[in-house]
Design a protein around this ligand. Structure first.
Ligand code: E4P
Length: 211
């Protein structure tokens, strides 16, 4: 399973890159708004730092304007993936982008039929939102398992990005269930490095060394 970072913060992206585990970046309008910067300029900066897929989301809700915005985003750099919300117009836009050879990430996926439609429309990636499903008492991880089985059964090449990741168990389980990618906030990436026995072991080694 590959690791993407879920942020529009350049320092966080650079920090994750230094760990040598970073395969890509996802952003969304809320994450970009927090940064208080020019959207296209920030996407350009991120794409210059990370050679892998950088998801940048369209704001328009109608297919025509989604396609217009997506083409402008895709022109920023060849590693841009256009992020499109899961709607009827979103599917039309994904279909158009796939004919143009522009990569897409269909976001706000909460069910198998949504993901199946996105895959059939030609999505490069689908992003099921684990944490937000868990928040309303649904099983986000079960969706990952179902999508993996269904995409494999039907030979669909669309990759599954486990999104809305809130804690290390989401990452562990997403990997076990066959998600191709997990997009993770830096805080959770750092949590993945931790184990109390590691800390205890380091402490004991240093204490012995100093004796
Ligand atoms: C994914 O691409 C989204 O940006 C993100 O994972 C949403 O996470 P949240 O539910 O924590 O906002």
């Amino acid at each position: 399973m590959k690791f993407f970072i879920d942020t529009a913060n350049l320092d966080e992206i650079k920090e994750a890159k230094e760990l040598g585990i970073l395969d890509g970046v996802t952003t969304n309008p809320s994450l970009v708004a927090k940064e208080n910067v020019d959207f296209h300029e920030r996407i350009r900066q991120i794409a210059a730092v990370v050679p892998g897929s950088v998801s940048a989301e369209v704001i328009a809700l109608d297919a025509e304007n989604m396609i217009k915005e997506g083409k402008e985003l895709a022109a920023i750099s060849e590693n841009i993936t256009v992020k499109v919300p899961m709607t009827v117009d979103g599917l039309k836009a994904v279909h158009a982008f796939s004919e143009l050879g522009i990569k897409t990430n269909v976001t706000l996926i909460f069910s198998v039929p949504q993901a199946l439609l996105a895959a059939r429309a030609g999505a490069t990636y689908v992003s099921p939102f684990l944490g937000r499903l868990d928040d309303i008492g649904h099983d986000g991880l079960q969706l990952i398992s179902d999508l993996k089985t269904i995409f494999d059964t039907h030979g669909l090449p669309t990759q599954i990005i486990a999104a809305s990741v809130r804690h290390p168990i989401h990452v562990n389980e997403a990997a076990k269930r066959g998600a191709h990618i997990a997009t993770i906030p830096l805080k959770v990436i750092k949590q993945l490095t931790l184990h109390p026995l590691t800390d205890k072991g380091i402490e004991a080694f240093l204490a012995d060394w100093n004796k």
